[in-house]
Design a protein around this ligand. Structure first.
Ligand SMILES: *Cc1c(COP(=O)(O)O)cnc(C)c1O
Length: 378
């Protein structure tokens, strides 16, 4: 038997979450954002779950080309655009949709030959986040350059919100005002909304919405649970107890002896550590599901192991199932306890953790061991 840690990927939950997003934005086309290996779930799982989305969005042109090679025909958006002139040629060859967010990318359009094919483009406008995008004053030049380029078949406009998850709508409203003023002269499709805006800012939906975190079953909001939004966990990070210890009062646990028992207690050692992607900074008290109930982490997370309190779970023993996060133990709660966000936890699940794809009825229907050195991902 292999080491018992695995990430179960629930394809039906991913599909359900996509439908939830459609329900929120019924009049928009939906881009499923699958960057960072589909937020750690694997491109294979994403492709199987999000085939009904209207487009896919990611960062790496290599992944985009792989999607084309296995026959994906809908738009594929490169959210950071191209990183050199050669990649524009690949956009031509594979009909990819790069985002243009900087003048350097416009310069690479020179020298493209229309005989090598066409591609649609997105122009990103900086409406206040000050990360990627042309300032409104530079939009006219970007538009003129792209529309004069015979290789560019279509142009759409986009921006990104800095605070779509905030309880007050002030910065979203301000960014939309800048966007609307900048876009007014141009007859182009628009895209603004990430998951948080899809859920709470209907006026931002426009032609295309860009769903990420909600597809994977995490709430974009600190003040609302995924459950209350009707989202289901896309990933369940599971392992097992591989040893137990009985502590006496005064006995300490793990590196740094940061946890010391003040009464006799039983603990379990779980085959999951920071080298699997579990956050090392998660403190004592972080929720861990063990054999049917919520227990908690104690002591420091080590590279390959962590410890849980078994005092109230006498039936738990070597081989007992553990869910680090997932359906029983919401990832948002684990993230909050660890002082981070679910995005980071999902993306950090290590390549050594096997992704096991499961469909509603057939468990372990297909297995995909992710291997970063392997170029063929499907
Ligand atoms: C990652 C990303 C998204 C998705 O954001 P979520 O908060 O995960 O829904 C949308 N748009 C852009 C440009 C992104 O980079």
């Amino acid at each position: 038997m292999t080491r018992p840690i695995k990430a179960l990927i629930h394809l039906q939950h991913l599909r359900h979450n996509l439908l939830q997003m459609r329900h929120c934005a019924p009049n928009s086309q939906i881009m499923a954002v699958i960057k960072a290996d589909a937020y750690g779930h694997g491109l294979h799982a994403a492709l199987r779950s999000f085939d009904s989305a209207d487009a896919l969005a990611l960062l790496n042109i290599e992944d985009a080309i792989s999607l084309r090679q296995i026959g994906y025909v809908k738009p594929i958006i490169l959210l950071e655009g191209v990183f050199d002139a050669e990649e524009l040629r690949l956009c031509q060859a594979h009909q990819l949709t790069p985002v243009f967010h900087h003048a350097s990318q416009l310069a690479w359009l020179n020298g493209l030959s229309v005989r090598q094919g066409h591609f649609p483009a997105l122009i990103k406008i900086n409406t206040g986040m000050n990360r990627l995008g042309f300032n409104p004053a530079a939009l006219a030049h970007a538009w003129a350059t792209l529309s004069a380029q015979p290789c560019v078949s279509d142009i759409a406009l986009m921006s990104h919100f800095a605070c779509a998850d905030a309880e007050d709508a002030q910065t979203v409203t301000a960014q939309m005002r800048v966007f609307d003023a900048a876009c007014a002269p141009y007859p182009a499709a628009q895209s603004l909304a990430n998951s948080a805006a899809i859920i709470q800012h209907p006026s931002s939906h426009r032609d295309w919405v860009r769903a990420g975190i909600a597809l994977y079953g995490s709430s974009p909001f600190a003040h609302q649970t995924a459950d209350s939004l009707g989202l289901l966990a896309g990933m369940s990070l599971q392992s097992q107890i591989i040893a137990t210890q009985n502590l006496q009062a005064g006995d300490c646990v793990g590196y740094g002896a940061s946890f010391c028992a003040d009464h006799p207690m039983r603990i379990g050692i779980v085959a999951c550590g920071y080298a699997d992607g579990y956050p090392r900074h998660a403190p004592t008290g972080t929720p861990v599901w063990v054999q049917g109930q919520i227990s908690c982490l104690i002591g420091r997370v080590s590279m390959d192991m962590l410890c849980v309190d078994l005092s109230d779970i006498p039936q738990a023993d070597v081989g007992s199932p553990v869910e680090l996060w997932g359906q029983q133990n919401p990832i948002d709660r684990v993230a909050q306890a660890a002082g981070t966000i679910a995005y980071e936890l999902m993306c950090a699940v290590a390549p050594r953790v096997q992704r096991v794809l499961c469909d509603s009825t057939i468990q372990e229907l297909a297995t995909h061991r992710s291997n970063p050195k392997q170029n063929k991902i499907f």
